[in-house]
Design a binder for this molecule. Structure first.
Ligand code: COI
Length: 369
């Protein structure tokens, strides 16, 4: 067990309580930030050191700092929830810690002991607990990230120093909507690829997101909410959505419901919500598995009424139903184009666990305070 002592430097100028309450009443997503952040430095020879909880604030960087040029960066996303009894909890933070380290290995960056990563989250969530909103569906989104800080433009080896930071932002549902989310219209990206075998698709790194923006803009220009990525080799198999995993529901009349999500081939993100739903579904009598589905199968099975629902899932998005698909060669509607019963049942159960309204059979909830 590795322990690191954090210097606690509380902010002198915090956001006034009335202003904070106004923000929490309508937080949006990723717009407002709390009073504090956690920082920690890594350097060759010293390892992780200089851990602090300190006032939220700007960094000053030399223009030759390597992350600004070569994108050696990674991040995570998870939420602190205000449970029904007032407790502030995290959801499976150790899974984020493991994925942080998987991304770090791929990016030739230093790993962080799981307990240090989780401690950083706990400290920030506890310090800024007044920023955890109470309205149903809202939470405090935590964004840990790590950047390469070595000064210099040489590209012969990974950076010799890094900065780790966690910031926190009160958040409403990513796609808006309260108890009943609206169904999304999605755009099949047939010209761009997100990730190729051997690349960084499975890692949570900024480059995967920056490279997706042109396709996202294409989707928006066509009136769609999100882009759907296909495999880079055959442009046939559905992989994931922009920043979210996808599930396909087969629940034709009279048959037991079944959900399927694309297998982790190395080119898609191993989502924490994705993993949680695969485990949770069987407890509700819903068979769950990994597989693959082509765009043609998605269209044909939807038309035949075999594939009855599709939904996206992720930490920010939670679970977002997909009602319509569009692409260069036309589009189709899934079911009646509205959120389906299997999606809504799973969503109710997942949110119920996260908000402490339902039992937590997998001990996923990690109490902070
Ligand atoms: C998350 O769900 O935590 C993400 O990082 C997705 C991002 C597009 C907001």
């Amino acid at each position: 067990m590795v322990t690191i002592d954090f210097d606690m430097i509380p902010a002198r100028d915090t956001v006034p309580a009335d202003r904070r309450e106004a923000i929490l009443a309508d937080p949006g997503f990723g717009v407002h930030f709390t009073d504090h952040m956690v920082t920690m430095r890594w350097s060759e020879g010293s390892g992780w050191h200089d851990a602090r909880l300190e006032p939220y604030g700007s960094f000053t960087f030399d223009p030759a700092t390597s992350v600004l040029h070569y994108g050696q960066e990674l991040f995570e996303g998870l939420k602190a929830y205000r449970q029904d009894n007032g407790a502030v909890v995290l959801f499976r933070p150790e899974v984020n810690a493991a994925r942080f380290n998987a991304s770090a290995r791929r990016m030739a960056m230093p790993e962080m002991p799981e307990e240090v990563f989780v401690k950083a989250l706990e400290l920030l969530a506890a310090q800024d607990q007044d920023w955890v909103p109470t309205t149903p569906g809202t939470s405090l989104y935590l964004r840990p990230f790590m950047i390469a800080t070595q000064r210099g433009l040489g590209f012969s080896h990974p950076s010799t120093s890094y900065l780790f930071c966690v910031i926190a932002s009160p958040a409403a549902a990513y796609f808006g909507g309260g108890a009943r989310p609206r169904a999304l219209t999605v755009w099949l990206s047939e010209n761009y690829s997100r990730a190729a075998p051997g690349g960084t698709g499975f890692a949570k790194v900024g480059g995967n997101y920056g490279g997706a923006l042109a396709a996202s803009r294409e989707a928006t220009e066509r009136g769609c909410d999100q882009v759907v990525w296909l495999d880079a080799a055959e442009r046939t198999w559905v992989e994931e959505m922009g920043g979210m995993n996808l599930f396909f529901v087969h629940a034709p009349e009279g048959a037991p419901p079944r959900i399927m999500t694309p297998r982790l081939t190395g080119t898609l993100l191993p989502g924490v919500t994705r993993d949680s739903l695969i485990r949770l579904a069987p407890t509700l009598g819903i068979e769950a598995g990994e597989g693959r589905i082509s765009t043609a199968q998605w269209r044909e099975q939807s038309a035949a009424g075999e594939l009855t629902e599709t939904f996206a899932c992720g930490t920010a998005a939670v679970m977002a139903p997909v009602g319509r698909v569009r692409g260069v060669s036309g589009g189709w509607t899934i079911g009646d184009g509205e959120p389906g019963p299997v999606t809504m049942r799973l969503r109710e159960e997942l949110l119920g666990i996260q908000y402490g309204l339902l039992p937590d059979p997998f001990t996923w909830i990690h109490k902070v305070c």
